[in-house]
Design a protein around this ligand. Sequence first.
Ligand code: M6R
Length: 615
Amino acid sequence: MCGIMGYAGGKRAAEIIIEGLSRQEYRGYDSAGIALRCEDEIVSAKIVGRVSELARKVKELPKKCAESTSGIGHTRWATHGGVTETNAHPHESADGSVVLVHNGIVENSREIKSRLESEGVKFITQTDTEAACQLLAALYKKTRGDALESMKTLTAELRGAFALVILFRDRPGEIWCARRGSPLVAARDGSACYCASDPTALLAYTRDLFFLEEGEMARLSPEQCEFFGFGGEKKRKKTIRLNWDSVMADKGRHDHFMRKEIGEQPDVLRLTIDTHTILAEVAMDKSLALPPGLMKRVRRVQLVACGTSNYAALVARDIMESFDNSLDVSAEIASEYRYRNVAGGDDTLAVFVSQSGETADTLAAARIARARGTHCVAVTNVRGSTLDREIDRAVLSLAGPEVGVAATKTFMGQISILAMLSMALLKDRGTLSAGDEARLIGGLRSIPALQQSIIERENEIKTLAEKYAGSGGFFFIGRRECVPLTMEGALKLKEIAYLPSEAYAAGEMKHGPIAMLDEKLTVVALVPDTDLREKTLSNVEECRARNAPILLLVSEGDEAARAHATDIFFVPRTEPELFPFVAVIPLQLFAYHVARALGRDIDMPRNLAKSVTVE
Ligand code: M6R
């Protein structure tokens, strides 16, 4: 949600900033802008639309701007004020002394604005950000150009969330930053400093990054990255090394990041198994270092997350529950958990799952759980993210950088790591037998090849997707281990194809939703060959009787199921608990090809942001 890029060095700033913004396009945005120090002035360019259009506009700036060696850029995802060029960042103070970009929400912007307006300051945008910009200019004037002092007062006065990156007109080569609530990362490479919202924007320069903590500021120049607390005290910061490189965040031979990332899932699963098992044993419990005996005494495990991460949590809940019903395992939506009076304390283990590690609701939920004395574990894909740093026991999912807004390989990373974590916890508790552990690990080891075999049948799925792309909407139905998959399948279609799609536990259809069915709504039913096959097929028949076309996903070899289907896709057989690891692939490919058939913007769907850093 909003992307920031800043550069102070010796190279052409415009190119570096545009490249950094392009690498953060996936965060979601509607407009973009840049401010460059061009000799003695700061020159801005803004557009409504894509970063590529901004790049074209930058080429039309005065010639001296092409040689500029410092500047800041921004992609805006509108919260306050419409999507217009005026509201796009950077914003410039009325006196021209300050130019600033912002990610977050300034909650007291109205108060600040009316105060400054009463002092004669003219506002020109509808954004909350302009209040921060004009306030900083007023403070800078009042302190006679003391940047640190002005930043101290600014950060004390602003309420809400912000990552601010600032140019002062009379401080050439300097960039000032401040962070509370919204992510910001800085880096140094030779004689340049950089900052960005997202580490992927900096990977082309270095993998050693300074993650700004809550309440930290920075002054970046070609010579050094300096850090301060909001009180102005100097801070020494260590870099964190990311085990990613910039090639991982390239599309390669694919048309879309999403398609590339779907194809990477067998490797993600392999890497997770290899990292967390020693021969036939899950080894994660040691690296987690939970208090001795904790798993024997906890009464409940809460898996807390948003969106696709929540569905990954549901998969893990089902795995844990299937081996141990003496433990109360729940998957909780973070935006609800944070406002409910949820049980917690010493007998509770909460696992916070977030790909980005920056989702505002998940972070807030984790802070609440910690305050209740609940034992907390984080599962995130981004080393150095806020969740990783705030929760002592953090386990990384091993998906590598994901650029497509729709989560695919990070879902695989999450369910893989959560499966290992579940096994480790149950072993500690004494409720997972060696036989079941070996069966699950064996099952997981066989899955990458099964996933690959589905990816090789992509054309089959493409044909189905093209046939059903004109459908008026979709119901995804299934039972037990398939329910999280119905949710994920429906979410993918909503996100990238913008088609109405609902997920229902198959047994729930006749309690209401079945009333909607007719020949225009397609039912996608997940029916693996388990003890629930017959029951689910009965639900499918109920839908068929209402003329809904039926697309069945069934276990390989279940030819008898054809009788219930308009179209059928055979999913390779696996251990019943592990069906989601295999069946999610055709669902992702189906959504991808429906969206392609409809000409959607697959990697950057409208209205969405990759990481939701505001509430
Ligand atoms: O970074 P997180 O895992 O915390 O993000 C949670 C959701 O915002 C995310 O999964 C979202 O639902 C994706 N767009 C799903 O494709």
